[in-house]
Design a protein around this ligand. Structure first.
Ligand code: ADP
Ligand code: MG
Length: 342
């Protein structure tokens, strides 16, 4: 064993040596070695307790994975290297550069009030119930209600030392909202193309977990301008269109879809919301009929699903459990969305 002095403490190994011993271990959450992912962020030594202190970054920080590594690291540090103890802290790895692996879906309607946010939130829940890790960007600048939908009150985004933001995590879903940038009841007063700036903050300055599978963007109302901003910042995003059965909604949704198509964005389909209302076994078409079909036919895209008028049985104001009928509809829609990337 090598002994040498550093700041008055006798060390048996240099950091580089300890790193060497550990970095061939595999991060069980992604199958890569700690060396490949540059996962060992800190190595320290507590001389009093003869204990090695480690900070390790994992692509998915969860008990099932940390327990495996704890055992392997303890074996190396205690048995092979001869230290009395080891303290390991784990950190969730964050996305530094967006790659095509992350599936980004812009949810657009052209017009407000058609249920875009409600659908985005419930789609996130259905994707999560299907085993996926999901993030949401609430980019509806003047109408951001995603925090309300998820019952998040007065939340401020937490910043890191280098000016990056951490998303809020609610029910396992990572969330950022334009509302968090504005503060409560304040109106965002930035100049210039707002959506572009908001998306820039949420894509370039936000520390999303590296194991996100889907990132859903609740887009503001608007057609050409909105799609242009999406194209500029997230050219790989696919687009989902939301409409109601009424022509006043579908005609604007078609405009948004055309704008996206002109910019060569992949428009994967349309969802018709508030399609019908079922009562006593009779279906009532309260908002008319055919909006979803009109959007699908005019844009030559798929009608992915139709959601009836209804409130969650669970008693929540907006979120449907995956076991109730409308929740099950969302699970089917989630499956179609996942298939769009196959
Ligand atoms: N299928 C539905 N049945 C009943 N109410 C709905 C339905 N979809 C949305 N809503 C309600 O309609 C309102 C507008 O929905 P929201 O998701 O905020 O629309 P948008 O984001 O398009 O402006 C909300 O009060 C929401 O709870
Ligand atoms: Mg909304």
């Amino acid at each position: 064993m090598i002994y040498f002095e550093k700041e008055g403490i006798t060390l048996r190994h240099t950091n580089a040596e300890i790193q060497n011993y550990l970095e061939s271990l595999v991060d069980p959450s992604n199958g890569k070695t700690l060396k490949e992912t540059d996962a060992i962020k800190h190595i320290g030594y507590d001389a009093e307790k003869d204990t090695i202190v480690l900070l390790i970054e994992l692509s998915t920080k969860s008990l099932e994975f940390t327990a495996v590594l704890n055992r392997q690291i303890a074996k190396i540090v205690k048995l092979d290297l001869g230290y009395k103890g080891v303290v390991i802290e784990y950190e969730q790895a964050r996305i530094k550069n967006f790659t095509k692996q992350l599936r980004i879906l812009g949810v657009a309607s052209g017009k407000g009030g058609v249920g875009k946010s409600t659908i985005t939130a419930n789609l996130a829940i259905a994707l999560k119930a299907s085993g996926k890790k999901v993030g949401i960007i609430d980019a509806d600048i003047y109408g951001s209600n995603m925090p309300k939908i998820f019952d998040i009150e007065h939340e401020e985004l937490m910043g890191s030392e280098d000016g990056q933001l951490y998303p809020i995590v609610k029910d396992g879903i990572e969330l950022v909202s334009a509302a968090f940038l504005m503060g409560d009841n304040k109106v965002l007063m930035w100049r210039g193309p707002m959506l572009g700036k908001i998306l820039e903050v949420f894509f370039k300055k936000t520390l999303w977990s590296t194991d996100l599978d889907y990132l859903l963007i609740d887009l503001p109302p608007g057609t050409g301008d909105v799609m242009m901003d999406v194209k500029n910042l997230v050219p790989d995003a696919k687009i989902l269109i939301i409409t109601t059965p009424h022509i006043s909604a579908s005609s604007i949704a078609i405009k948004a879809g055309f704008a996206a198509k002109e910019l060569k964005q992949d428009v994967i389909g349309v969802i018709e919301n508030m399609s019908y209302y079922e009562f006593d076994g009779i279906t009532h078409y309260l908002f008319g009929k055919g909006g979803g079909e009109a959007v699908a036919n005019t844009l030559a895209i798929k009608l992915i699903g139709s959601i009836p008028i209804g409130q969650p049985i669970s008693g929540h104001h907006s979120l449907f459990a995956s076991t109730e009928p409308i929740g099950i509809l969302y699970l089917h829609i989630a499956k179609e969305i996942m298939d769009a990337w196959q």
